[in-house]
Write a protein that binds this ligand. Structure first.
Ligand code: FE2
Length: 161
């Protein structure tokens, strides 16, 4: 495969070429908390499904819309899980939480554009779907490495491994 690595944070990879766009969760991305690692992996899987279905020739957008909804729902669930643990364990990080709020606003805006484009039959709809999926994946590559790993010792100290 001749994928070009266009982004790398830690050892996580985002590969892009004419046939392949995908985010790959690798062990070095682990935040040391199995529950959170699983959620990050799941989020990347949903994002990759959006890439996959928008690249298919037959009726790609019919499948894309529910996937966009799933990403929105799972995003919300995931950041709330992290924040609930912070509150539960007494390690609330307001900067981290602020980043989540900014991220949610940005994703919502991209989601609304993609959703409107699909409903309106806009030929640019696949590009809007890909823009949203890319943003979710790219943001998480950086966020996991630079921010999420700050909660590892607190969560571990409270028995969450
Ligand atoms: Fe986070």
């Amino acid at each position: 495969m001749s994928a070009a690595i266009v982004m790398q944070a830690g050892k996580a990879r985002f590969c892009y070429n004419s046939r392949t766009i995908m985010f790959e969760w690798v062990e070095t991305m682990s935040v040391g908390v199995a529950e959170m690692d699983e959620q990050h992996r799941h989020l990347f899987m949903l994002v990759n499904q959006i890439f996959e279905c928008t690249s298919r020739a037959h009726d790609p957008l019919k499948e894309a819309h529910p996937l966009l909804d799933s990403v929105m729902d799972y995003n919300m669930y995931h950041v709330r899980c992290e924040e609930e643990h912070m509150h539960e364990f007494g390690c609330v990080d307001l900067v981290h939480i602020g980043m989540h709020r900014w991220y949610e606003r940005r994703v919502r805006s991209l989601f609304q554009k993609a959703s409107a484009a699909i409903r309106g039959g806009d030929p640019q709809a696949p590009a809007h779907c890909i823009a949203m999926a890319r943003f979710v994946g790219e943001w998480h590559l950086k966020h996991i490495e630079m921010t999420d790993k700050r909660y590892t010792s607190c969560f571990n100290d409270h028995g969450l491994q």
